[in-house]
Design a protein around this ligand. Sequence first.
Ligand SMILES: O=C(O)C(=O)[C@H](O)CO
Ligand SMILES: [Mg+2]
Length: 257
Amino acid sequence: MPKFAANLSFLFAEQPFPERFARAAAAGFAGVEYLFPYAWPAAEIAGWLRDAGLQQVLFNLPPGDWAAGERGIACLPGREKEFAAGVEQALAYAEALGCRRVHCLAGLRPAGVDEARLTATYIANLRHAADRFAALGASVLIEPINSRIDMPGYWLDDVGRAFSLCAAVDRDNVRVQLDLYHAQIIQGDLARTIEANLERIGHIQIADNPGRHEPGSGEINYPFLFALLDRLGYAGWVGCEYQPMTTTEAGLAWLTK
Ligand SMILES: O=C(O)C(=O)[C@H](O)CO
Ligand SMILES: [Mg+2]
């Protein structure tokens, strides 16, 4: 079986954030991920990780004004200085937490801006982030997110385009974060997508469809996909980014099947 990371923005949400680390370790997770660390001093989070014996697997670059509905600024012309400042903030947290993967949210498609300009802005920002994180030996991940159900208007909402953009950025430490829940909604064909693109996949996330609940609650055959990842020698992490149907612990039975 692959190594699984608990996404603390979704799992153990019955507890205050600081207490989720110990709960994840007690449930058997070796690593954790979450959306954003920035509301907490990095030293405090490092202590929670250390006390729980957990590895920090992933977090997101600053996304712009999340509360106002922004979902990243990487593709948005005119926000380059803010993007670069976010990279420096994330770099400091990644170094303090020993984290070697950050996800760069692309942003929502703005009205009246042509695709070529959005793409050029995105590629330039990703190259900047990649070159800064290369110093840490870290990867910058880009994730195709479905714009039909979960994130209407999201600019990077196509799996094939994520892999071609990854190639266009032309940085070894820029990889795709393949969230199999989103990929199932966007196009399906999950096994072939994994096999055809394994060398460009830097992280995998899972949830079942429909509902974005734990594996086994929907249509995706996760035992088959976990065996495929093992057969292909996937050595990365698999982030558990799903809404438990009842409590987190009650929804972990799939881990032992
Ligand atoms: O939306 C997702 O699936 C993600 O993994 C992003 O990082 C957070 O929106
Ligand atoms: Mg995801």
